[in-house]
Design a protein around this ligand. Sequence first.
Ligand code: NAD
Length: 697
Amino acid sequence: MSDAASYSVRDGIAVITLNNPPVNGLGSVLRPGIMDGIKKAGADPAVKAVVIIGSAKAFSGGADIREFNTPKMLVPPSLPELNDAQDACAKPMVAAIGGFALGGGLELALGCHYRVALPKSQLGLPEVKLGLLPGSGGTQRLPRVVGAAQAVQMMTTGNPVPAEKALALGLVDEIVQGDLLEGALAFARKLIKEKKEPRRIRDMTVKVEGEPKAFFEKARAEVGKASRGFPAPLEIVACVEAAVNKSFDEGCKEERERFQKLVEGNESKALRHMFFAERQTSKIPDVPEDTPTRQIRSAAVIGAGTMGGGIAMSLVNAGIPVTIIEMQREALDRGIATIKNNYASTVSKGRLKQEDMDKRVSLIKSSIRLEDAKDADIVIEAVFERMDVKQDIFRKLDSVMKPGAILATNTSTLDVNAIAEATKRPQDVIGTHFFSPANVMRLLEVVRGAKTAKDVLATTLKLGKQIKKVAVVSGVCDGFIGNRMVEKYGQQSLFLLDEGCTPAQVDAAAYQWGMAMGPLAMGDMAGLDIGWEIRKRRYVERPNLVYSRVGDRIAELGRYGQKTGKGWYRYEAGNRTPIPDPEVDELIKKYRSENNIKTRPIADAEIVERLIYALVNEAAYILEEGIALRASDIDMVYLTGYGFPMYRGGPMFYADTVGLKNVLNSIQRFQSGYQGAVWKPAPLLVKLANEGRRFNE
Ligand code: NAD
């Protein structure tokens, strides 16, 4: 027997203890041990019942992710073979669940005939989050225990249920107060005393709420609507339907087939890529994980505008006290009021307790004196996007902040090195580029300046985790990773309008493909004045960059998007739904005729290719220049900051799926089209395409 599973007998009860830290992943070291234990218990006439127990923290987290995509996954016995052995065991078997039983971990527990759990335990089948379905009978056993509706709910959301709810659902038989093993043994002794037989879930039938056909029609409609583009949730519904209509073994066969289809599909591959990509972002080749970090006990935020307010909320949400600083009292009061309103609206929706709001608000201090930032361990500047203003603030911060404090800027386009040079401590300066709304969006681009110290980078990444962001490191360049790419995407969206598309057509194609919203609706949301300001600067700084001036025409009319009620679309008061506006169509038409642009019908497929490959090509430059450390970091930026569809895995992963050669061929075709000169295939893309390789290898 392997060390990962130990076997002992107490008072005629066999105890199989799982010991495969950190989460009792059902890896190749653990499965054989469990099988041995079940066999031993079956063969020993002195044994009357069996208990399977993990640690107090984890019964089991399911498949061992360290063995994903390795031959170790195939080491026998498989989990279904274990489940068969559990079913075949003639002695009642009890799962003693401490902590969580998730995925394969819950399937192991469902293979047991009874389940007891600690009060704080969590039970769930989260496979859907990786684009999969429970592949070891979970879709057949769970509905037999909790009914079809609950099973659909649990498996299509992937969210676990707490012990108390599991008890109400019949998923656990008893909640153990006190020591888990003692409680499980007592439960097993009771079974023996009452001469209880093994109670196999496979022999039960599924309770369906109402008439089955109608139930599943409704479930399919609801789940389909909630899971745009993701195939797994509907496959799960189909499996539950099989659990109702077919025998257990036939249902398991169907589950296996559907599981296999999902495993091989791009969507699940994309979600698994994302799962691993997220874990990669904090790995910096020259900054080892054990790099000492500085203590962050308090923070200051300069500027209480859109971003400053959101950043302050992110910090206090994680329990870090913040001093917010503005130039003038009115702006400060307005900023603080907005923060309170935001919290109050969350409280009114029932998503935050009043006392938690009060606690968070009490962590916020405010001031109109920059000197009041002086004791903070980190100061984050979020004032107007102007170099002279920022440099002035950093000069002052340099003179007031205590030694060792981190000086961070939230700039989206300015040169972090030039900001750092305004101080005598450029090693302490770093970029923290939050996304709007900063208290909601998960992405945080951490901009590493030429002189940023390693411990400053390590501390900022750690802080990013603490405030629940996905922190991705970017080098210094105009727009960093995300906005530098999005500029090319926006550029193509305008060229598409020039060539004959309407804003609604461009946006619909992008949305259908999976983007959270199309590029023009996104512009309306962010404010068209922002892009306009950037373009005006570009016309001077980089006159070679070509833009369609149609975007300027819109902005010149004061149509700044949602905030003015008009942009690429029009908006009705209090409503964010974009409504196509004939005035805009007229304006675009006029622009085309003034510039003698010939229009043509453009298929949705071409719209998507041009938008997405514009991102991909710029990303290839970014990767080659070392601005991003790895392709998967770029994917994370788009997945967490730009509404890129998760089931496509990010722009780089998507390009890999299409095949880089195909991507390159399309880009070469675009070179001879309208404004084709902007398409310069990145050397890295050309090289990898020619070598038949991928960005994410
Ligand atoms: P904003 O205009 O809403 O807020 C800026 C605030 O800074 C104003 O309240 C202003 O009074 C204050 N301020 C200006 N000078 C100051 C000074 N010397 N001392 C103290 N306060 C001062 O702007 P915003 O949208 O919050 O943007 C702030 C920064 O964040 C900019 O650098 C911007 O590029 C960047 N950013 C913005 C977004 C976005 O979507 N809005 C996203 C990422 C980054």
